[in-house]
Write a protein that binds this ligand. Structure first.
Ligand SMILES: NC(=O)c1ccc[n+]([C@@H]2O[C@H](COP(=O)([O-])OP(=O)(O)OC[C@H]3O[C@@H](n4cnc5c(N)ncnc54)[C@H](OP(=O)(O)O)[C@@H]3O)[C@@H](O)[C@H]2O)c1
Length: 245
């Protein structure tokens, strides 16, 4: 059995990932976090009880100790093999329109909580001498300037730098850290992206379409597995050819 921590499982990419991998990989067990149980997640929990464990947690609020909060969910003897850091939030407003609460929410969900969770996961890897793998989710908005993404872009850019440095710090223990940097999808938070920007991104795409979810699922599964044992500190762009690094 391989155990994975995954965030943002109630909707979008996280839910789609679980739907596919729980069916495809009978040895995979997931410890998933989100604030809500959506109907889709509820069905998965019923179908895969024992292989999908759920913990309700709001990653936008600074916990005195997230580690303390998660102690019962991720007990000391649980051996984690990987972390899919997927949860994210995007508020489609110019910086002048974002109040401090929304700015802090965006930074906490997209950057601060991922850092805290990575620390917990790393300690688990080290305790159990696991060759663990971490995959963070970033956005094309950290690489191209758009209107109304400044704080989101800053958080994702920070996450990419964080991942590279974690890869540097822990590579000698065979612990890997990578990022998938995504373009616009048809699902998930693209629902709050203004239609004009959606159109612009489709036109700029070399493939003349949005980013497909199956490519993301397969890439994340690969990065979390031993098949990618020599890939670390990388940033893999999946965006249907909107941006070439
Ligand atoms: N969809 C796209 O076009 C796109 C493009 C580029 C990058 N991305 C990135 O892909 C990742 C997944 O996004 P998505 O499109 O799947 O978005 P989504 O459909 O909005 O799902 C986001 C997930 O994150 C969770 N989440 C949000 N706020 C949270 C909080 N405060 N505490 C705990 N969990 C929270 C949500 O669960 P609850 O609401 O139940 O808490 C939900 O399960 C994000 O990191 C996003 O930045 C997406």
């Amino acid at each position: 059995m391989s155990n994975y921590l995954i965030t943002g499982i109630s909707d979008g990419i996280g839910l789609a990932y679980l739907k596919t991998i729980l069916r495809r990989s009978p040895d995979a067990v997931f410890y998933g976090i989100s604030r809500h149980v959506s109907p889709g997640l509820s069905e998965l929990i019923a179908e895969f009880s024992g292989r999908l464990h759920y913990f309700p947690c709001d990653l936008s609020v600074p916990f005195p100790s997230l580690e303390e909060e998660l102690k019962s969910f991720l007990p000391i003897d649980l051996v984690l093999d990987g972390f899919f850091d997927n949860a994210g939030i995007y508020r489609p407003f110019l910086i002048s329109q974002l109040n401090e609460e929304r700015i802090m929410e965006t930074m906490n969900v997209n950057l601060i909580s991922p850092i805290m969770l990575t620390k917990i996961v790393l300690k688990n890897f080290l305790r159990h001498k696991t060759k663990g793998s971490i995959v963070h989710v970033s956005s094309i908005a950290a690489h191209i300037g758009f209107n109304a993404t400044s704080v989101y872009s800053a958080a994702k850019g920070g996450l990419e730098a964080f991942s590279r440095n974690v890869a540097q710090e822990w590579g000698s223990r065979q612990i890997r850290s990578n990022v998938v940097t995504l373009g616009l999808l048809d699902i998930g938070m693209s629902r709050v992206v203004p239609p004009s920007l959606q159109q612009e991104l489709k036109e700029r795409s070399l493939l003349k379409r949005t980013t497909d979810i199956d490519t993301i699922i397969d890439t994340v599964e690969f990065l979390l597995s031993d098949r990618s044992a020599s890939i670390t500190g990388e940033n893999i762009h999946i965006n249907a050819g909107v941006y070439m690094a």
